[in-house]
Design a protein around this ligand. Structure first.
Ligand code: SAH
Ligand code: SF4
Length: 388
């Protein structure tokens, strides 16, 4: 793709994202939610009530390091100012409308936002160590309709706002009592973020980028960019930008090695075919053996799981510092695919490993509560009419 075209395409994607903008951050009672504001915006809000910039630093610490939601608990701030702040501002969290815990301890939160829209967040604890991944949603529904994905049967309702994206992580931290934010190398229970929930994060780039910038800020939650992975179905023009501006880990939902099949499984491929996608992966900044790109490959029985396809896959990604996550297909009500057999999975993995790539088979987590990859879906929006 040439540079001018990419620029025009990027502008188009960002303009479209604005059409699905989240509601304003003002509460019904007129108070402004401070969660989701950048440091500069927070400083400006406080300047508006005559407060100096150091107040923004103090508030940032209370909100994102201490996790406080009540101004009265901000002991470094005098009582009259606490009261003044409480009259004008709020420190919000999405409401947990439903929390389900799987037999394997995976926990799914259904969060309801102020306009009643909902999205799901999943905490996946490590089976052995005291750490885990938080899987965050970026949109309510999704505009892309990948054939094997439950979220894809729900039409896009809207993008999530910065406060809603950061809020999913903060509310999950509330649930596990992980405040204040652990510093430096101190172990964290909620130790990584994967942007692999509902939606396509690169179709809501601005809000996702701002949210991750807040989460990475050293004086707050301070989660390193190395602990954040953004998963995309292949929005090529936005991949370079995400790499340059955020530098988080990249996961790419590949799922097929020919354009013919990928066009079917991941319809976005018709716009950004495999060759362009792989080229974008090759130039993704910061990719190295220490920070590999993850290729996600959902194993669908008899569809994309042959040894020949495994060989084609390793030829395709040759030379990219990469690993391949083989994801057993997670069924959902009405899905028309079946998971690959164990033998097919093992043979496929062996070919990929022989070529020198790690090829972990991802153990499905939280299937019993429909919390596994591709099973998330809320009631908002009509189901799309296509057959599954
Ligand atoms: N929209 C982004 C991120 C969310 S999907 C993307 O597509 O990458 C997160 C991952 O779950 C993707 O790799 C997706 O392909 C995979 N997935 C979707 N449906 C699935 C299913 N039914 N079983 C297993 N994995 C699935
Ligand atoms: Fe959307 Fe990702 Fe599901 Fe495709 S796999 S429909 S891009 S959420």
């Amino acid at each position: 793709m040439n540079a001018a075209l990419t620029e025009a395409e990027r502008a188009r994607i960002l303009a479209k994202a604005a059409l699905f903008a989240p509601p304003d951050a003002t509460l019904p009672d007129g108070r402004r939610d401070l969660v989701g504001l950048s440091r500069e915006e927070l400083t400006a809000e406080l300047a508006g009530i005559g407060e100096k910039p150091f107040r923004a630093k103090q508030l940032w610490h209370w909100i994102y390091h201490q996790g406080v939601t009540d101004f009265a608990r901000m002991s470094s701030i005098a009582r009259p100012l606490q009261q003044n702040l409480a009259e004008r501002f709020a420190i919000g969290r999405p409401e947990a409308a439903l929390v389900q815990t799987s037999a394997d301890a995976t926990r799914k939160f259904l969060f309801r936002f102020r306009d009643g829209q909902e999205a799901e967040t999943v905490y996946i604890p490590d089976p052995v160590e005291d750490r885990g991944a938080v899987c965050i949603s970026s949109q309510v529904g999704c505009t892309l309709s990948c054939r094997f994905c439950h979220t894809g049967t729900q039409t896009l309702v809207r993008n999530l706002g910065v406060a809603e994206i950061v809020g999913q992580f903060m509310a999950a931290r509330d649930a596990y009592g992980e405040w204040p934010s652990p510093k430096g190398e101190t172990p964290r229970l909620l130790s990584t973020i994967v942007l692999m929930g509902m939606g396509e994060p690169l179709y809501n780039y601005e809000n996702v980028a701002r949210a991750m910038t807040i989460i990475m800020d050293n004086e707050g939650i301070a989660l390193s960019r190395r602990r954040i992975t953004l998963s995309t179905s292949g929005v090529v023009p936005m991949m370079d930008r995400a790499g340059a501006e955020l530098g988080v880990n990249l996961a790419v939902s590949l799922h097929a090695v020919t354009d013919e099949l990928r066009n079917e499984l991941v319809p976005l491929n018709r716009k950004y075919p495999i060759a362009e996608l792989i080229a974008a992966c090759r130039r993704y900044p910061g990719a190295s053996n220490a920070r590999r790109i993850t290729f996600e490959y959902v194993m669908l029985r008899g569809v994309n799981d042959s040894e020949a396809e495994a060989r084609a896959l390793v030829r395709l990604i040759a030379g990219i510092p990469a690993k391949v996550n083989l994801i057993p297909f997670n069924p959902w009500p009405g899905s028309r695919f079946e998971p690959s057999t164990r033998t097919a999975l093992d043979r496929f993995a062996a070919v990929v490993m022989d070529a020198g790539f790690a090829a972990p088979v991802r153990t499905p987590r939280g299937r019993d509560i429909l919390a596994a990859c591709g099973q998330l879906r809320t009631q908002s929006g009509a189901a799309s009419p296509r057959p599954h």
